[in-house]
Design a protein around this ligand. Structure first.
Ligand code: F6R
Length: 242
C-alpha cells in the first residue's frame, strides 16, 4: 500500500483527481470504479474543472459505482444514483448509458447483484477503483465481518454506518437499513485502487488499514495485499501512523 501524503482536504482532492485524470487521459476507454460520500466530492470538483478546461474527454469512459441503498428509487435525492449525477456525471461529457450503479430500486437482491457482477465482468473489470474508508474500516458497504465478502451482495448496515450517514437525511429513521455493495473480491479485481481519506475521524481506520493485520474485522486491511493500491490522505488522517 503506497502512501501519498496531502496537506489538507483540498490537497488530497487535487492529488486524487490528478491520478484519475491521468488514467482517463492515458486510456480514454477506462473503466472507473467510483465512490460516493463526503471524501470524493472535492476530487470530483477538480475533475469537472479539468473537463471544463478541455483537458480530458469522458465520452468513452465506463463507470461502476461501489454501492447503493436498497429500497430507494434511482431518482430519490438520497440515492447514490442522484449523488453521482449531481456531483459528477451531469457536469462532464460522460454517456449516461456507460454509467452503472447497483439498482437499489430492484427489491430482488439476487437478481440485482448478479446482474451487476456480470456487467463488471463484461466490461473487463475496473482499471481504477476509487474508495473512501469508513470510521470502522469499511470499504464500499463491506462492514467488519467474520470473513471477506466476494462479489456484489446485499448487506445490513451497521449502527455506526447508519449514524454516520444520518447527517445526510432529515431523520435517522429515514436512513435505509440495507444496501447493495460490490464485494471485497470485486474491489480487489480492479487493476489499481485509490483510497482517499481526510480528517482525524479516519485516523484509526487508516492506521488499522495500513499497519494492522489483514483481517475481515477491518475490511480495508485487505488492500495491503493489492499489488497497486495508493492511499491519498491528509495529515489528520495519517496522524496515528507510526
Ligand atoms: C461510498 C462508500 C463508503 C464511503 C465511506 C466513507 O460509496 O462506499 O464506503 O466511502 O463510508 O464515507 P465519507 O467519505 O462520507 O466519510
Amino acid at each position: 500500500l503506497k502512501i501519498m501524503r496531502a496537506r489538507d482536504y483540498d490537497d488530497m482532492s487535487r492529488k486524487t483527481a490528478n491520478i484519475i485524470l491521468a488514467q482517463v487521459i492515458l486510456k480514454p476507454t477506462s473503466v472507473l470504479g467510483l465512490a460516493t460520500g463526503t471524501t470524493p466530492i472535492g476530487a470530483y470538483e477538480a475533475i469537472i474543472r479539468a473537463y471544463e478546461r478541455g483537458d480530458v474527454d469522458f465520452s468513452q469512459v465506463q463507470t461502476f459505482n461501489l454501492d447503493e441503498y436498497r429500497g430507494l428509487a434511482n431518482d430519490d435525492p438520497q440515492s447514490y444514483h442522484y449523488f453521482m449525477r449531481k456531483h459528477l456525471f451531469d457536469n462532464i461529457n460522460i454517456d449516461l448509458d456507460h454509467v452503472h450503479v447497483p439498482d437499489g430500486s430492484n427489491a430482488d437482491a439476487a437478481a440485482a447483484t448478479t446482474a451487476y457482477d456480470q456487467m463488471i465482468e463484461d466490461a473487463g473489470f475496473c482499471d481504477l477503483q476509487l474508495l473512501g474508508i469508513g470510521r470502522n474500516g469499511h470499504i464500499g458497504f463491506n462492514e467488519p465481518d467474520a470473513a471477506f465478502s466476494t462479489g456484489t451482495h446485499c448487506v445490513d448496515l451497521t449502527r455506526s454506518t447508519i449514524e454516520a450517514n444520518a447527517r445526510l437525511f432529515e431523520r435517522e429513521q429515514d436512513v435505509p437499513r440495507q444496501a447493495y455493495t460490490m464485494g471485497i473480491q470485486s474491489i480487489m479485481h480492479s487493476r489499481m485502487v485509490i483510497i482517499a481519506a481526510a480528517g482525524d475521524e479516519k485516523a484509526q481506520a487508516v492506521r488499522d488499514m495500513c499497519q494492522g493485520p489483514v483481517v475481515p474485522s477491518c475490511p480495508a486491511s485487505v488492500l495491503q495485499l493489492h499489488p497497486n493500491a495508493v492511499l491519498v490522505a491528509d495529515e489528520l488522517a495519517l496522524s496515528l501512523l507510526s
